[in-house]
Ligand binder design. Structure first.
Ligand code: ADP
Ligand code: MG
Length: 262
């Protein structure tokens, strides 16, 4: 069976600049939670935009279920750090309208009911009728997650979605995301970009590390910790520390190579 997402020899550069990504081969099976880790500038967002179908590779190809990705689609939901909600619409309308687009023919009242349901899942029932500007950053990101879940796409692409949040809200949203994902009958395939090793190891089934100059995969590791994970005991465990240390060393070695090459 074809992997949910495949990258075959993917290369990419912006205009005449040096390559950003080179010869990336990656197979992501359906239902896997993959964290894509790498230093700033290593090409993580570029790789995610290629998967989203917002940009196209110079070399190689990207496939979903064996079919080339030719543009954005409802089969791949996206959540970016600054993923904008429409400011002139209430939170519930923002989500209901997205549901209406993803499920053409659904009655308005049904779209709204589904939107309210998903807002409840992310703890935003009280914010249903509010406008985005009335919400904190954490609440807006919850709404963006509710929208992404409501679209029921089999793939979720997330680019540092919690990067702008304070540690408490960040931890809350990590838990909310894993709980929503773990309890789904058919688990989504998630590609989650982060530069935070702890976040990657807490969330992921697998950590893929992107190196710099040009971006290529420098590590691909299974995350062996059983779910449902408990943050406190995971972060205290020796297995966690060992894996964290080895990934930190891989990233440091890459930074060093980059400095020597510069
Ligand atoms: P990351 O998300 O890992 O920080 P990016 O994918 O955003 O990395 O960027 C990788 C490299 O591509 C960086 O050197 C960045 O400056 C460059 N880059 C990103 N977007 C553009 C763009 N639109 N035009 C030209 N260069 C870009
Ligand atoms: Mg980025």
């Amino acid at each position: 069976m074809a992997a949910e997402l495949s990258l075959e020899g993917v290369g990419f550069s912006y205009e005449d600049a040096a390559p950003i990504l080179e010869k990336i081969d990656l197979e992501i099976p359906a239902g896997q939670f993959v964290c894509l880790l790498g230093a700033s500038g290593s090409g993580k967002s570029t790789l995610l935009r290629l998967l989203a179908g917002l940009q196209f590779p110079d070399q190689g190809r990207l496939l979903q279920n064996g079919k080339p990705i030719t543009g954005p689609g409802f089969d791949r939901g996206v959540v970016f750090q600054d993923y904008a909600l429409f400011p002139w619409m209430t939170v519930v309308d923002n989500i209901a309208i997205a549901i209406g687009k993803a499920q053409p023919g659904t009655r308005k009242a049904d779209c709204r009911a589904q939107a309210v349901d998903y807002l409840g899942k992310v703890g935003l029932e009280s914010a249903v009728g509010q406008y985005p500007f009335e919400l904190s950053g954490g609440m807006r990101q919850r709404a963006a997650i509710a929208r992404a879940l409501a679209l029921r796409s089999p793939v979720l692409l997330m680019d540092e979605p919690f990067g702008a949040l304070d540690p408490t809200n960040r931890a809350r949203l990590q838990d909310l995301l894993t709980e929503a994902w773990e309890t789904e009958a058919t688990k989504k395939t998630i590609v989650f970009v982060t530069h935070d090793i702890d976040e990657a190891l807490y969330l992921g089934d697998r950590v893929v590390v992107l190196g710099s100059t040009p971006g290529r995969l420098i590590a691909d590791l299974p995350v062996p910790f059983a779910r449902h994970r408990d943050r406190r005991s995971l972060f205290d465990s020796s297995g966690f520390h060992a894996l964290r240390e080895s990934i930190a060393e891989t990233l440091a070695a890459d930074t060093l190579r980059q400095l020597v090459a510069a």
